[in-house]
Structures are given as C-alpha cells and as structure tokens.
Design a protein around this ligand. Structure first.
Ligand code: TXA
Ligand code: MG
Length: 325
C-alpha cells in the first residue's frame, strides 16, 4: 500500500520497471540484475554464470563482498549439480521442504563462482515457492544468486513497490504480488550428524527434527551462530525511524518528560496473535509506520513470544532495534 505522496509522485515520474519472465531471462543472461518474487521476500537476482551480473548484485545493494549469496534453483537435481557433497539430511530436507522457505548449505564444487560464496567452500541453496520465479529458474542454466532486494542492512522488501522504494528505476522487477511468508528463509547447515540453524525462519528446529525422524533419521537440530557466515551482523533490517523493544506492560507515560520533545509521534506495535501473520506483515509494518508519519516505534515483546514459532520474527526485530528498554 502506497500512502506517501512523495512516493506517488515519484512513481508518476518514473514508472516501475515491471517485466515478464521472458524479459527477466534476457536481462539475467545478459549480465543484468532483476528483482524476483519469492514466498519469503523479493530477491535481487543475478545469473550465477555471469560474473558481471554477480558483481552488479553487490554494487546495486552496496553489499560487502564478505557476505555470501544464496543460489536459487528450481529442483534438487540442479542443487546437487553445484555441490560436491549432498548428505541424506540434505536429500530429505530438500525433498520435503522444497519449493519452500529453507536454505540448505552444502559443500560447493567448482561450478560455483567464489564471488557467490565469499570464498567459502560451501554454498547456500534454495528452491523458492513462487510460480513466476520457478518458471524463470526452469529456463536459465544453473541458477540465480539472490540476496534480499534491499540496500545492505535495510528492511527487506515483500512487494514490488518496496523494491522500487529501494532502487527506483535502477532495477527491473518481475512482479509476483506480496510475499506470503514475509521473512527470509531458515538457513541450515549440516555438521557431522547435526543440523545447525544459522538463521531462524518459517521452519523451526522442531519441524525440521520431526521431518528427519519421520524419514528414519535421528539428528540433533540446534540453533547456532554460523562459524563462517559473516552475514549475520548485529544490526540489520533497520527501518528509517528508531525501533525500541519494550515489555508487554509498557506505557508511554513511563518515559522521561524530555522524551516528548524529541519524539512527538510514537507508535506502540503489538504483534498479532499468529506468528505466521506477524512474519507476513513484519517488514510492511516497519515501512508503514514511517510512511504514516510516526517518528519512533515501540515494539512490545510478550511472554508468548518466547515460543520457538516466534524466533524468526524476533530475530529480525532484535537486529532492527535501536534500543531495548
Ligand atoms: O529467503 C531468503 O533466503 C531470501 C530470498 C531472496 O531467497 N534471500 C536472502 O538472502 O535472505 P540474504 O543475502 O539476505 O541472506 C543470505 C544469508 C547470508 O547473509 C548468510 O548468512 C547465509 O545466508 N549464507 C549464504 N551462504 C552461506 C554459506 N555458504 N554459509 C553460511 N551461511 C550462508
Ligand atoms: Mg537480506
């Protein structure tokens, strides 16, 4: 929803560069970048076999080269073609969760350009659940590397107009409507007989563990810091206005009196009951509060949010916050 006059005027002067699947293919093959829809967030895609395209992802996003990219493919077979080791755990999770919001890290082979992996010996792979992007991926050889389509460290986009707000007419967009899941994929790596979750998302440890057990594998599934992925920076996803994390019993009147001189339009943000709806709306809300003229967000954390289903949402909010009271 576009509520901002300035943005509406901008759109009139410079219409969104919306393109179809065929045109997206042409641009990617020619070394350009294209914003692609996925069920998690929009990605800024570049063809994995175009070094020009890969470099353009980093320059457009202003992303440092030390942060590895996820490669998007439309089948498990294509994922395997880019890896040198594919365990039974990879196979089961790919078969059960793809297309869907899960990124599997696996040992890469020499087909994967070091630019994609920041020189690491592993690569993140994901088959997204979106009809248009799957069609595009079925046409292109190999796959498409794509980080979220936002400037580095900023709020991720879940609609084509969010992408436009980030990049203006610099980037062509394959519009696929609003993202359904709303936060980035769960990122997992296999370490010996252990599955490590480096970024929480829709798939929780409990869900992944149950999938593996059903398929006859008893594997520990744990939340972990990635030993190698430097992408997990402390500050990320930050909205334009300050976001303060507060307890559920928070009231504005507990703030010091000089607070109202600095901030005149605070908003208290209570999450909806369902973590699925919360994640779908999360980034849209962060943008909306700013567009509606609020100047500070107080995000309420309740005791219900301690549950594992909320890890994805709170991981993003904790990184997006300026302060916690
Ligand atoms: O849902 C998603 O995953 C979205 C959509 C577009 O697919 N993509 C996305 O990309 O969130 P990005 O670049 O914003 O986040 C990718 C993160 C990196 O920051 C890094 O933490 C992790 O995935 N990653 C990628 N390759 C890795 C590797 N080889 N080892 C460990 N972590 C890796
Ligand atoms: Mg991102």
């Amino acid at each position: 929803m576009i509520v901002n006059d300035e943005l509406t005027n901008l759109l009139k002067r410079s219409p969104l560069k919306l393109i179809n699947v065929d045109k997206s293919y042409e641009l990617l093959a020619a070394g350009d970048v294209v914003a692609i829809p996925t069920e998690t967030v929009y990605g800024l895609g570049g063809w994995i076999h175009s070094e020009v395209g890969l470099k353009k992802i980093f320059s457009t996003k202003e992303r440092p080269f030390f942060d590895p990219l996820i490669v998007h493919i439309d089948s498990t077979e294509k994922a395997k073609e880019l890896t040198s080791e594919w365990t039974e755990i990879h196979e089961i999770l790919a078969k059960t969760c793809w297309p869907g919001p899960l990124t599997l890290i696996a040992k890469k082979n020499k087909l994967v350009n070091p630019l994609i992996t920041s020189g690491l010996d592993s690569v993140g792979l994901r088959c997204p659940r979106h009809e248009l992007t799957l069609k595009l991926l079925s046409q292109i050889e190999g796959g498409v590397a794509a980080p979220s389509a936002n400037k580095f460290g900023k709020t991720s986009p879940t609609t084509s107009s969010h992408v436009f707000q980030e990049f203006g007419d610099e980037v062509h967009i394959l519009d696929g409507g609003p993202s359904d899941v709303g936060i980035e994929s769960t990122v997992v790596g296999v370490h010996q007989n252990r599955l490590e979750i480096f970024r929480p998302g829709f798939y929780t440890a409990k869900m992944l563990s149950e999938i593996l057990v059903k398929n006859g594998l008893k594997v520990d599934v744990v939340y972990a810091e990635s030993p190698v992925a430097p992408g997990q920076l402390k500050h990320h996803y930050m909205p334009k206005i300050p976001l303060v994390v507060v307890a559920e019993n928070f009231h504005l009147n507990v703030l010091p009196s000089d607070f109202s001189i600095q901030f005149q339009r605070p908003v208290i943000w209570k999450q909806p009951e369902s973590p699925l709806i919360a994640s779908r709306e999360l980034y849209q809300k962060m943008r909306e509060f700013d567009e509606l003229g609020f100047d500070i967000i107080f995000a309420q954390k309740s005791s219900a949010h301690e549950a594992e289903e909320w890890f994805g949402v709170w991981n993003r909010l904790q990184k997006a916050k300026t302060l916690e009271l």
